[in-house]
Ligand binder design. Structure first.
Ligand SMILES: [Zn+2]
Ligand SMILES: [Zn+2]
Length: 145
């Protein structure tokens, strides 16, 4: 009888411990995205026929699985997409994203939305949004960094 009680007691502890660890796994925070520089000097401008400098701080407790950048005209008539599924950002928890996105020469001028999506290895997704303006190419405004 005494043995049975001990057995029951240890089973109860085991179940309690198991549920604690499961709870911990499920509660990984969603990725957090902070834009640090959109366009050179945070101008939020991109020249067509050039590339747009984009920087963001990413914190993904569940580790980064993929990053998707979508830049589309406000009326949806034109879209530029770029995805990062391998390389230096993937499998990382905290990183400074810094990329140059090609803006085709034929991209129409005007206001665009920029959607920046980070998916972690738990399948959780965070979307950050900002606006940019695509302007005419000007070689004096061209930067390399
Ligand atoms: Zn949009
Ligand atoms: Zn840059």
């Amino acid at each position: 009888m005494k043995n049975n009680i001990i057995l029951l007691f240890s089973a109860a502890i085991a179940i309690a411990l198991m549920s604690v660890s499961c709870k911990k796994d499920d509660s990984v925070a969603k990725p957090v995205i902070t834009f640090t520089e959109v366009g050179h000097d945070n101008s939020k401008h991109a020249m067509r026929g050039d590339d747009m400098h984009l920087e963001a701080e990413i914190l993904a407790e569940g580790l980064i699985k993929r990053i998707d950048v979508e830049i589309h005209k406000e009326d949806g008539s034109y879209e530029i997409e770029k995805s990062y599924t391998e390389g230096k950002y993937i499998g990382v928890k905290n990183v400074e994203f810094h990329e140059h996105i090609d803006i085709p020469a034929e991209a129409p001028l005007g206001e665009y939305h920029l959607h920046f999506t980070v998916t972690d290895k738990k399948g959780q997704t965070t979307l950050a949004e900002t606006h940019i303006e695509v302007v005419e190419f000007d070689e004096h405004e061209h930067h390399d960094e």
